[in-house]
Design a protein around this ligand. Sequence first.
Ligand code: FAD
Length: 383
Amino acid sequence: MTAPAPSPLFTRDPLPEPLNTEMRTLLAASAAAADRSGLPDLDAVDALRRTGLLGLSVPYEYGGAGAGPVELNRCVAQIASVNASAAIILFQHYAVSSRIVEQGTPEQHAELLPRLASGEWLAASAWSETGAGADKKRLSTTGHRTEDGGWVLDGAKSFTTSAGLAGIYLVLVRTGEASALEAGEPGYGAAGQTFFLVRGDNPGLFPDTSLPLVGMRGSATGFVSLRNCQVADTDRLGPAGAAASIIAKVRESGATLGAVALGVAQAALECAHEHATAHDLLEHQAVRHRLVDLATEVESARAMVERAGRKDSADPGTTTLHSKLCATAVAERVITGAEQILGSAGYAEAHPVNRYRRDARAVALMGPTNDLCRELVGTPWTQ
Ligand SMILES: Cc1cc2nc3c(=O)[nH]c(=O)nc-3n(C[C@H](O)[C@H](O)[C@H](O)COP(=O)(O)OP(=O)(O)OC[C@H]3O[C@@H](n4cnc5c(N)ncnc54)[C@H](O)[C@@H]3O)c2cc1C
């Protein structure tokens, strides 16, 4: 399997040197293999470790590259253009690394950041659970104080990317009560919720990736159960009960899952362009114009993702939400357009365009879900 050839229809952003043609080819091949098997894409994780890309978001003094959101979004988009499952693994790793940088104690920085930068440990987010709602207000997973000043966590998390692969999980639990009023308010998270950093080798943490997913099949997205999971108070990230305010600041970071959708849209465009070239379709003006329209869509999503990363709008958090809504909608339209150009060739089950569609759908379902993004942008208009 060869990597898709670069298309002259759109621009590629520069990336650190390690993502060369060989790496793109490897990631593309492992994406196809993991999609067939439904097993965690260990070759992609190994490749991410070797490239050094896992350290991009960690400050230089802890062994990372100290990159900002523009570079992180570009990197995630490029990885997604060949392997969307690897891109969400990377996105979650960056997200947790960034929360540790922002909220961690000096001891947490010294212990965790070098391991996250080197790729020795992958980081995962375990926030979602069945019944908690997309906005994570009704969490059932609890954290109780123990007599020795530690905590014991109990509950079950669903849809955790990198389950079973991660060396550290950022787990969202309920340590106090949210008010009844707050439960009905728009927002993400609730009062009385706390973050803990739980190590992958904690004997009270049980990952389970046995539920086959429709898309993102190499991402090791699965369940994580916490049973009598003992952690120290020094494993808490941020103040007890303050997780909601940390979550609210996440979108201000400029990192956006729209970058994953952008990469998938780019892959669909490349595949349509390759097909049109190989089958002499470019001599038809209608096909050329359709491809230009698709390329324009991809460039519009790229502009939104870049703008989110620059954080130079009047309201960077809202721009980040817009960028995810924009890029996921673009990915859906570009994939539909690519399917039209591919014709029956794209209807073969193993054709990659079918993986792109399944992977793109996942981005809209990931946090904040697109509907929740709309609520977060639109609800303030009613107040
Ligand atoms: C591939 C994949 C990877 C994921 N990785 C992770 C991960 O690493 N860590 C993690 O914690 N989670 C992860 N998730 C979970 C994801 O972040 C969602 O938050 C979670 O799936 C929400 O579940 P739901 O849509 O079933 O929620 P439900 O609350 O059941 O939502 C049902 C529908 O109602 C809408 N809805 C619900 N509440 C609101 C609201 N308040 N306002 C507007 N619309 C609303 C939703 O958008 C959705 O369309 C992943 C999901 C997928 C698909």
